[in-house]
Design a protein around this ligand. Structure first.
Ligand code: CP
Length: 300
């Protein structure tokens, strides 16, 4: 359910497996590897990429897809319990991807059904498949994650992607700069964990302090929906917008990542620079999910 407990060997194995699906994900090679298998996507929260890249991956591999992205069109609307919904989809499918606003829901689902459950994001907790595709993106762009300096910029506290990615990066020999205003900095429990693992990191408030030396700038949106009081989020709006001027100080081959959707963090003019890597990143999500679905279904 989280990348926290994965070893480096396990992470490398998943990334190596995903690499084998590049041609299939692109549609240049046909595959029937998951012919007859059914994926259920149960999205209690909105999604563009996580839901559709899992579904596209399943379709590329010859499988089928069922599920929902709006509980209003299901019997949840009539009061059906979470347990009964999960049991039902466990009967109709071979693997489930679930996204839910509450922490720990993917684990709850996995305790209810016998089919494998993939966490597509549980509240402000974790987003492990995004963490995997982020590792994949860095490795593919840079050849290795070892030796990289990576800035994680924005709402470090609430961004579940950063939680998962930080645990993933903690298995590699890289340096992480957490760039956020104090109230949105790294969660103490994650900081304690990565300190125990000997991860090299620092916490800074301005990207300009590290932009010259980093290989990756990963910026994300303010997670306003995760604030207990949404009004409190307003004062951080616009705190981190990537100024195209700053790129003059960046390494020539520095890449910019974003899990998307973006709001104001990356001005559109940056899309045409060689630094922009976020569309490649979201494409990689489909490649990685081809690998993951094949692994969890025991087909590879
Ligand atoms: N990256 C990501 O989780 O995007 P969606 O919210 O569109 O799934």
């Amino acid at each position: 359910m989280t990348l926290e407990h994965y070893t480096r060997e396990e992470l490398d194995y998943i990334l190596d497996t995903a690499t084998k699906f590049e041609e299939i994900a692109a549609g240049r090679e046909k595959s029937k590897l998951l012919d007859g298998k059914i994926l259920a996507t149960l999205f209690y929260e909105p999604s563009t990429r996580t839901k559709n890249s899992h579904e596209a991956a399943m379709l590329r591999l010859g499988g089928g897809v069922i599920g929902f992205d709006n509980t209003a069109s299901t019997s949840i609307e009539k009061g059906e319990s979470f347990e009964d919904t999960i049991k039902t989809f466990g009967l109709y499918s071979d693997v489930i991807v679930i996204r839910h606003p509450e922490m720990g829901t993917a684990q709850r689902a996995a305790d209810i059904t016998d089919v494998p459950v993939i966490n597509g994001g549980d509240g402000a907790n974790q987003h492990p498949t995004q963490g995997l595709l982020d590792l994949y993106t860095m490795r593919k762009a840079k050849g290795s994650i070892d030796g990289l300096e990576i800035a994680l910029v924005g709402d470090v506290k609430h961004t579940r992607t950063y939680h998962s990615l930080t645990y993933g990066l903690s298995r590699y020999d890289c340096k992480i700069h957490f760039v956020a205003p104090d109230p949105l900095q790294l969660l103490p429990e994650i900081e304690k964990d990565i300190m125990k693992r000997g991860v090299e990191f620092d916490k800074v408030s301005q990207l300009t302090k590290v932009i010259e030396k980093v290989d990756v700038v990963y910026i994300s949106r303010l997670q306003e929906e995760r604030f207990p009081n949404r009004e409190d989020a307003k004062k951080f709006r616009g705190a981190y917008t990537l100024n195209p001027e700053w790129l003059k100080d960046a390494k020539e081959d520095m890449i910019i990542m974003h899990h998307l959707p973006r709001l104001w963090e990356i001005p559109k003019e940056i899309d045409d620079t060689p630094h922009a890597h976020y569309f490649q990143q979201e494409y990689n999500g489909m490649v990685v999910r081809c690998g993951l679905l094949s692994l969890v279904l025991g087909m590879i």
